[in-house]
Design a protein around this ligand. Structure first.
Ligand code: NIG
Ligand code: FE
Length: 404
């Protein structure tokens, strides 16, 4: 069997110690840093066979024909982007201009802009245009070292267009080398057909949409936007219960602008991740500290909407599993730059550099339930590496999104 030896890797991070702590309160000593490292990969299975210091390479591996030098590189696990809304059409620069002129996200949404603007463009775009633009977005993510991407629906909001978006995601799973996780998010906004009748919209989601999507096996997760003017806790609970009965796992958008009880519900249901958390209560910070639920923080959305950043420091100090993501979407965070989010995490949310690295690798994988396959570099795991042209992993937030 063909084996490949990568040698002279300037610095390699295994993150093995991070996994032992479930990604909680990671410090530099958990990163498994090996200076001047080497790695042997079985090219038939793409699995890692050996990792260690260059000076300790076992003799048989030293004689391998296939050897590559990775001098001047830092290797860490492939980055994981755990929260995007990337299948959509059109742009929202007018929303942005209105926000700069003093309107809030919710005022724009209530006036029929916001998500509903993207809805109109997405419904009109058609399968091919949606597929091509999503593919381009994924390529942009890949340039930043990303190897896995979660993608939510939520800009169709008819059963037909939501399924079209899920089919685009299914096609991307087949045509790209990325790991792609599909999330069904019909409870993103109330579409025009149900204007002022959100309960009736929730009825149709529960009675028809979730069972149909589950029957077609098109989604792994269900997600909802729990927020004033969007979906309340009673509505969200109903949808989550039906989603669970239909075999979907759960994620929730909570506390982005207001705490209306979404995080309490998410903790009660033991959802995989609760995302945003900008206005999470102190009591729920403590509960997240003990829960398996991953706290996914989205500093790009805070930066772009000019709203407060989530309390990363308090969450990590309480013991929470904290991931960071771009939240890529046309309205509140049109960025594919996951490394830049670590700069915001460190400078604006006072995370340490090791915490930031873990938040876009191991903990982001945990937000998708994939921490046993992604997020660390260990013998027996797949060879999926993010390689930086640098002398230390510390360049990740330092580079201000301009990593090489
Ligand atoms: O995660 N919060 C809800 N959903 C997106 C925004 C979607 C949009 O404005 O188009 C978010 O920020
Ligand atoms: Fe989102």
């Amino acid at each position: 069997m063909e084996k490949v030896l990568y040698n002279n890797i300037g610095q390699l991070l295994t993150l093995a110690g991070v996994a032992k702590k479930q990604g909680r309160a990671p410090t530099e000593s958990d990163l498994g840093i090996i200076e001047n490292a080497a790695m042997v990969v079985d090219s038939a299975t793409n699995k890692i066979e050996w990792i260690g210091e260059q000076k300790n390479i076992p003799t048989p591996f030293r004689k391998l024909v296939n050897q590559f030098s990775s001098e001047g590189e830092v290797w860490l696990p492939e980055l994981v982007e755990c929260h995007t809304h990337l299948v959509c059409a059109g742009n929202r620069h007018h929303d942005y201009a209105q926000r700069c002129a003093g309107k809030t996200y919710q005022e724009i949404a209530a006036a029929g802009g916001g998500i509903l603007t993207t809805l109109k463009h997405t419904r009109e775009a058609g399968y091919t245009a949606l597929y091509e633009s999503a593919l381009k977005e994924l390529e942009r993510f890949q340039k930043f070292g990303v190897g896995a991407v979660e993608i939510k629906t939520g800009y169709g909001l008819t059963l037909e267009s939501e399924i079209e978006i899920l089919e685009v995601i299914a096609a991307l799973q087949k045509t790209t080398s990325l790991t792609i996780v599909p999330t069904f998010m019909p409870a993103h906004a109330t579409p025009p057909e149900y204007k002022d009748r959100t309960d009736a919209f929730v009825d149709v989601i529960c009675q028809e949409w979730i069972p149909e999507v589950a029957k077609r096996n098109l989604a792994e997760y269900f997600d909802a936007f729990v927020e004033k003017g969007f979906f309340d806790v009673t509505q969200t609970r109903r949808m989550c219960e039906v989603a669970l009965q239909n075999g979907l796992k759960l994620k929730l958008h909570c506390d982005q602008f207001n705490d209306i009880g979404g995080t309490d519900l998410g903790l009660e249901l033991g959802v995989q991740s609760i995302d945003h958390l900008d206005h999470v209560s102190d009591a729920n910070i403590q509960k997240l500290g003990k829960a398996d639920t991953v706290a996914v923080l989205l500093p790009g959305a805070s930066l772009y909407t000019g709203t407060p950043y989530p309390p990363a420091r308090k969450l990590i100090d309480a013991g929470a599993r904290v991931a960071v993501s771009t939240d890529f979407n046309p309205g509140t965070s049109p960025s594919r730059n996951l490394p830049l989010m670590t700069t915001l995490a460190c400078s604006q949310m006072k995370m340490t550099v090791p915490e930031a690295v873990v938040s876009i690798t191991y903990n982001a994988a945990a937000a998708l339930g994939l921490e046993n396959t992604l997020g660390t570099l260990e013998v027996g795991k797949e060879f999926r590496v993010c390689s930086l042209r640098a002398d230390s992993y510390e360049v990740l937030p330092y580079s201000f999104g301009e990593i090489e």
